[in-house]
Design a protein around this ligand. Structure first.
Ligand SMILES: Cc1cc2nc3c(=O)[nH]c(=O)nc-3n(C[C@H](O)[C@H](O)[C@H](O)COP(=O)(O)OP(=O)(O)OC[C@H]3O[C@@H](n4cnc5c(N)ncnc54)[C@H](O)[C@@H]3O)c2cc1C
Length: 149
């Protein structure tokens, strides 16, 4: 069983987790890691700002929804990606192991800078995902399928 960790339950990371689980099935573990318990639909932020919506109306609890598809969830702020050892380090100093990592933390470049010196590891075990770069999802899927089957 491979463990695929998706970092970031945003507009890109949530569908990526669902798609990966759908493709790989129960044989492999998919784990979402996000700093907050709730998914927020970012484009609706201005509606909250001007009082047209309550914050609850544009967010859903991540764990509850992912559990329906047997996707695991850890609420934690990741402070470091240790790609040499295939590990995420959290602000609480917990270690989350992965076999494959999808980085969907948007423009959180302070995290991604850790990857600068390990491009080969990045290419072999990680995929960078942004909502506006769907080609990365496709290449990641190919990578996973080639590696696991
Ligand atoms: C007001 C507004 C309107 C917009 N309207 C549109 C639109 O109409 N159409 C469109 O295409 N785009 C729109 N966008 C842009 C769109 O919202 C973003 O491009 C999109 O949300 C990016 O998705 P993402 O998954 O890459 O990142 P995000 O949705 O930002 O998700 C990143 C996730 O990673 C988590 N995270 C980050 N760092 C860490 C960490 N260190 N540890 C743990 N978790 C972490 C965050 O909490 C977040 O849940 C809009 C943006 C704004 C602000």
């Amino acid at each position: 069983m491979a463990k695929i960790v998706v970092l970031g339950a945003g507009t890109g990371g949530m569908p990526a987790a669902y798609e990966i689980k759908h493709l790989l099935g129960q044989e492999h573990q998919v784990l979402m890691v996000n700093e907050r318990e709730n998914f927020r639909f970012i484009p609706s932020n201005p509606w909250v700002a001007v009082g047209w919506r309550e914050p609850d109306a544009i967010s859903i609890p991540i764990a509850k929804h992912l559990a329906k598809k047997h996707i695991d969830f850890i609420c934690a702020f990741v402070t470091k990606i240790d790609a040499d050892n295939n590990q995420l380090i959290t602000a609480e100093h917990d270690v989350i192991d992965y076999d494959y990592l999808v980085i969907a933390s948007d423009s959180n470049w302070h995290l991604i800078q850790f990857l600068g010196h390990i491009q080969s590891t990045l290419l072999s075990r990680c995929a960078l995902l942004n909502m506006h770069c769907p080609v990365k999802i496709i290449s990641m899927h190919s990578l996973l399928i080639q590696s696991l089957y």
